[in-house]
Ligand binder design. Structure first.
Ligand SMILES: [Zn+2]
Length: 317
């Protein structure tokens, strides 16, 4: 019997991100149930594409269960400019809150990462494109204040389209404000680890996100002040295919390491362990710091190479 030939016609607009199901991989078109994708840390099992992660889910991925305490949860953006573009700013804020369940584009707090007390600031791109307005900046600063007050490290995870145009100068001044907060971390001698997720652009990459003592990024994340399209339009020159991507940023010295999401918690744990003061070593009643099962103690990771450059070897028990 002759094989039956079947033509599969892809519907028009299949590649349009607006029409693609959010759980369909844009790279290899594998499709996942939401619980599958969540279980896989939102990394495509077929091709390794990193899907976006919401702030609360990211906190679940990084912070030990039951240890996160949010700071500044009640803060909401004011609208002193009474800004209206196609719609009033207040309408957009309300929609974003209903859609994400978050009060703004950053969730701040404290928690434990593999047993180590840590301040956390995590952005959510789903809230108005992860734009930086006054509440986002203030929450980042509250996380930094907690880090200074308690003498604990700060970890931030960013995903942002840049400053929030609806807040105009109030948004732009968050760049100076957050940089001031990072300066206070330096003065207090507490480590700041910045994790850049796709995309980290505009005023966020131009301020605190680039200023970590260690700056690491997820694979293929777009990390640049302006995207390739804008740069091409402005300069009239074609950009390289990997323009602004994490790997080219690493090559150009803007990053310390590119770390796949599946290894992120283990790498953060390793860094927190290395940066922790000697008197903070776990005592008998706390037990040893449990590293995640997949933390490779023997192998050299990208972060190990970075630490090697600073003459920081891993302490072995
Ligand atoms: Zn894929």
């Amino acid at each position: 019997m002759a094989p039956v030939e079947v033509d599969v016609e892809r519907p028009k607009g299949d590649d349009d991100p607006g029409r693609r199901h959010p759980n369909t991989c844009p790279s290899c078109r594998s499709h996942y149930r939401d619980d599958e994708l969540r279980h896989a840390l939102r990394v495509c099992a077929q091709c390794g594409h990193h899907f976006p992660v919401g702030a609360l889910e990211r906190i679940d991925q990084i912070v030990d269960p039951g240890t996160f305490a949010e700071i500044g949860a009640d803060l909401r953006a004011a609208d002193p400019l009474a800004f209206v573009d196609l719609r009033p700013y207040t309408d957009r804020l309300l929609d974003a809150e209903l859609q994400t369940g978050l009060g703004d584009a950053l969730v701040a707090g404290t928690g434990r990462v593999v047993g180590r007390p840590t301040a956390i600031a995590v952005m959510d791109f789903a809230f108005m494109g992860g734009s930086m307005g006054s509440v986002m900046g203030e929450r980042f600063c509250l996380a930094a204040d907690a880090a200074v007050a308690e003498g604990i490290p700060l970890i931030s995870v960013t995903a942002s389209g840049g400053a929030r145009m609806q807040e105009n100068i109030l948004a732009l001044m968050q760049m100076a404000k957050t940089v001031g907060a990072v300066d206070q971390l330096r003065e207090a001698g507490v480590p700041y680890i910045s994790v850049l997720a796709h995309p980290t652009t505009g005023g966020v990459i131009a301020s605190f996100a680039s200023l970590g003592d260690i700056v690491i990024a997820e694979p293929n994340a777009l990390l640049s002040f302006a995207g390739p399209r804008v740069v091409e339009q402005t300069t009239g020159e074609k950009t390289a295919p990997d323009f602004g991507r994490a790997e080219s940023n690493l090559r150009l010295g803007q990053l310390d390491a590119v770390v796949p999401r599946r290894e992120l918690k283990a790498e953060l744990a390793r860094l927190l362990f290395l940066f922790s003061p000697a008197e903070d070593e776990p005592t008998g009643d706390q037990g040893p710091v449990p590293l995640p099962e997949d933390a490779t103690i023997a192998g050299e990771s990208p972060v190990d190479r970075v630490l090697g450059r600073f003459g920081l070897g891993r302490r072995r028990g």
